[in-house]
Design a protein around this ligand. Structure first.
Ligand code: ATP
Length: 229
């Protein structure tokens, strides 16, 4: 594994029970890339993402993350190296926006003052006003919820940020704003992103590379903005 390769899949297969979902998946991701996983509904994108952070355990082949086989990682340690953004932010409903933002920082035992400083530093990056901090998720707009979710995912300075259709529930304008915001975060923090999207235009706007899947296999990997998708 080269020094800059931080994710490597070699011949990975996965099944839910009898249903084979991923077949012979091999690819690498280098530090600092922004990968978009595209492909039709049901082709296995989210399953692949869940294998990266050990939410699912692979059945065949080998997965290496940060130069170590996933089998050798303590999963809670591995997940501290990652941030995860899901649809609509997937915030904890009983926690305020601020408490949600602190969630991963608490896991790595940052003290309260450090956490507060970190969050104050990141608020402008996700374009959120301090007035949201005391609010509960159900009183935030969809865009605000997703900004909180993004801040939570990057607050502990993860090596890899995984995003699963993060903007799919948003209106077109908010979606564009958040795409710009994530692009800016990627450039500023030099973190590696792997994002699932079914939206090819979104993938072209954000990614440094597109991995296009079809029926559980990687069909094409495209470095340039693809015109044939
Ligand atoms: N927990 C599960 N148990 C059983 N089958 C599942 C489970 N999760 C997903 N599947 C099946 O695995 C296949 C791949 O699902 P996956 O969610 O990875 O696809 P996807 O490409 O992310 O789809 P979408 O774009 O619709 O989210 C689908 O046929 C789906 O029904």
């Amino acid at each position: 594994m080269s020094n800059s390769t931080i994710i490597r899949f070699t011949g990975v297969g996965f099944s839910y029970g009898e249903q084979s979902v991923l077949n012979n998946i091999s690819f690498t991701v280098d530090k600092g890339e922004f990968i978009c996983l595209t492909g039709k509904s049901g082709c296995g994108k989210s399953t692949l993402l869940r294998l990266i952070n050990g939410l699912l355990l692979r059945r065949e082949g080998e997965i290496e993350i940060l130069n170590k086989s996933i089998a050798d990682w303590e999963l809670h340690q591995l997940r501290r190296k990652m941030g995860y953004v899901l649809q609509e932010g997937a915030l904890f409903p009983h926690l305020t926006a601020y408490q949600n933002m602190c969630y991963c920082l608490n896991l790595i035992k940052r003290d309260a003052k450090d956490s507060e400083e970190r969050i104050n530093e990141l608020l402008p990056l996700v374009n959120l006003d301090r007035s949201v901090l005391k609010k509960f998720p159900d009183t935030l707009s969809g865009g605000q919820r997703q900004r909180v979710g993004i801040l939570r995912a990057i607050a502990h300075n993860p090596e890899i940020v995984l995003m699963d259709e993060p903007f799919s529930a948003l209106d077109a304008e908010t979606r564009m704003n958040l795409q710009d915001l994530v692009k800016n975060i990627h450039q500023k923090l030099n973190t590696t992103f792997v994002m699932v999207t079914h939206d090819i235009d979104e993938a072209k706007r954000l990614s440094t590379r597109i991995i296009h899947m079809d029926a559980g296999r990687i069909q094409t990997t495209l470095n340039e903005s693809p015109s044939d998708l």
